[in-house]
Design a protein around this ligand. Structure first.
Ligand SMILES: [Cu+2]
Length: 151
């Protein structure tokens, strides 16, 4: 009786071991499959990203913008960055000049000039909005005759 029960248990244990092994193998195969699949997907994504960034022609542009100080810099750059398609904007307080990088399928140079002018600042092509200019802090009310776009 005792022997028989033990034998029975042993048999059960073997069955469990086998199923464990099967489950483990399936899990390993599945994991391998998932891993290789993941790698492939990742590769594809990377390739797509590279191709996309090649297609996205970024245009770099520099033009003169009048302004006085660091607060002007914030306002000017915020205005430029607010234009959809602008990737970066950096205004130089000494040169009175902005460097912008933008996606020319989404915007163009004139839209950026206009956005900066709307914030109160003169650019080479568009005069700053007068009301916005008057609302600038006193220290930012730059001289409209100021030279810009210094080399
Ligand atoms: Cu200022």
């Amino acid at each position: 009786m005792n022997f028989s029960k033990k034998n029975h248990d042993h048999k059960n244990k073997n069955v469990i071991d086998v199923s464990k092994k099967v489950i483990l193998s399936v899990a390993v195969i599945a994991a391998l499959g998932l891993t290789s699949c993941k790698n492939e997907t990742k590769k594809e994504t990377e390739t797509t990203t590279t191709e996309m960034s090649k297609d996205m022609a970024m245009t770099d542009l520099s033009f003169g913008v009048r302004g006085n100080c660091g607060m002007c810099k914030n306002t000017i750059e915020k205005a430029a960055n607010g234009v959809e398609g602008v990737a970066s904007a950096n205004w130089d307080v000494d040169k009175k000049k902005i460097d912008v990088s933008f996606d020319d399928t989404k915007t163009d140079a004139m839209a950026i000039h206009k956005a900066i002018a709307a914030s109160g600042y003169d650019t080479e092509k568009v005069a700053g909005d007068e009301i916005a200019y008057k609302n600038l802090p006193d220290c930012c009310q730059y001289d409209h005759e100021m030279m810009m776009n210094h080399k």
